[in-house]
Design a protein around this ligand. Structure first.
Ligand code: KG4
Ligand code: ZN
Length: 336
């Protein structure tokens, strides 16, 4: 069959999303119902509220995705769904929904790893991108440096030992009173600040040069703020945001170019919520260009959680024959 049309569902955290994707790269619809406003009240994602909101929204989001794609369930070839990692109660909503639809419509079911989805977001707008390549996945829950050896074949070469990059953005944003989610707020604030005003530490992990550690940086920012308060010094949020952001970006870029050199791979991609950061994209672009590395990134809408990326990943899994049974379950700590 020339056209494989996948209905994809994503509900691993605070976005209820559905999309229709053809042949892994052509997005026919991409519907996202964000719960961010709801969780902002609490300063972060509240798992039970997320689950309840997913159950309320999911049918509406799927109906909209089919409608936007001008298609029907009958025309769909397979149902792709994120089954981990993520919040278990949130994942369960998408998994149960996908199983019900697949069962009723007699369609194959394809479980997708959320991180694989983030990586595959790069295929959507970069039609020429093919493995092998390296990918930095930086989101609220993960910071992984991944070697994409082939479609569906991943090797994690580095990971965070403590906080994820996005998590550090969220925690620092909270500390300087910018609110949730921290990434976009820090990025905006940083534009008014001096990124050389404060020198924050850039942690190196001795055992593995590709691993990350962001908790020390986060503590350094908190200590700096407390120091200012004790000395009754003015707290310059813009300078803190800019200097913190620079410290994170420097580490991400250093790891990227180091890995590309050592692994002799001249294609580097970024993915995940943090990849929507414009300053990071510019720094990566520049560093890659200087070294003859081709740099790829998805548009911001495909960086943060969405179902189009799950549809892309599901397509390549489907091609390789992956079919899940009615026993597919949510796996909160699923390994790549
Ligand atoms: O990929 P994502 O939507 O969800 C997870 O799978 O975690 O990533 C969300 C994370 C949050 O921590 C958020 O603060 C961060 O991505 N983020 C950003 C930006 N936009 C979102 N971090 C830095 N700069 C941004 N512009
Ligand atoms: Zn994500």
């Amino acid at each position: 069959k020339e056209e494989v049309k996948i209905l994809a569902i994503e509900s691993s955290c605070d976005e209820t999303a559905a999309a229709v994707v053809v042949n892994g790269r052509e997005v026919r619809s991409n519907v996202i119902s964000s719960q961010i406003a709801l969780h902002t009240l609490y300063g972060g994602v509240v798992p039970e509220i997320a689950s309840r909101k997913h159950i309320e929204k999911i049918n509406q989001v799927i109906t909209q995705a089919l409608e936007d794609a001008d298609t029907t369930l009958e025309e769909i070839d397979a149902i792709g769904v994120t089954y981990g990692p993520g919040l278990v109660g949130a994942l369960l909503v998408g998994v149960a929904e996908a199983k019900a639809i697949a069962y009723a419509a007699k369609k194959p079911l394809v479980g997708v790893h959320h991180i694989e989805g983030h990586i595959c977001a790069n295929y959507i707008e970069n039609k020429e991108l093919e493995p092998p390549f390296l990918c930095l996945v930086a989101s609220g829950g993960h910071t992984h440096l991944v070697k994409v050896a082939d479609y569906g074949k991943y090797e994690i070469i580095g990971r965070t030992r403590d906080d994820a990059a996005g998590e550090a953005f969220d925690k620092v944003a909270r500390a300087i009173g910018l609110g949730y989610p921290g990434g976009p707020k820090i990025e905006k604030k940083a534009k008014e600040g001096n990124d050389k005003a404060i020198v924050f530490p850039k942690a190196k992990v001795a055992e593995n040069p590709y691993d990350f550690s962001f908790s020390g940086l986060k503590s350094a920012v908190l200590n700096y703020i407390n120091g200012c308060k004790m000395k009754r010094q003015e707290i310059n949020e813009a300078d803190i945001a800019a200097s913190f952001q620079k410290a994170v970006i420097d580490v991400l870029v250093e790891h990227a170019v180091h890995a590309a050199k050592e692994y002799r791979i001249d294609k580097f991609a970024i993915a995940g919520g943090v990849a929507s950061n414009q300053t990071l994209r510019e720094a990566m672009e520049k560093a890659c260009k200087e070294r003859g590395i081709q740099f790829y990134h998805p548009s911001p809408i495909f960086c943060t959680d969405n179902a189009a990326m799950i549809g892309s990943a599901a397509y390549y899994e489907y091609l390789q024959g992956r079919r899940d049974g009615w026993d597919l379950n949510a796996v909160p700590n699923l390994k790549l």
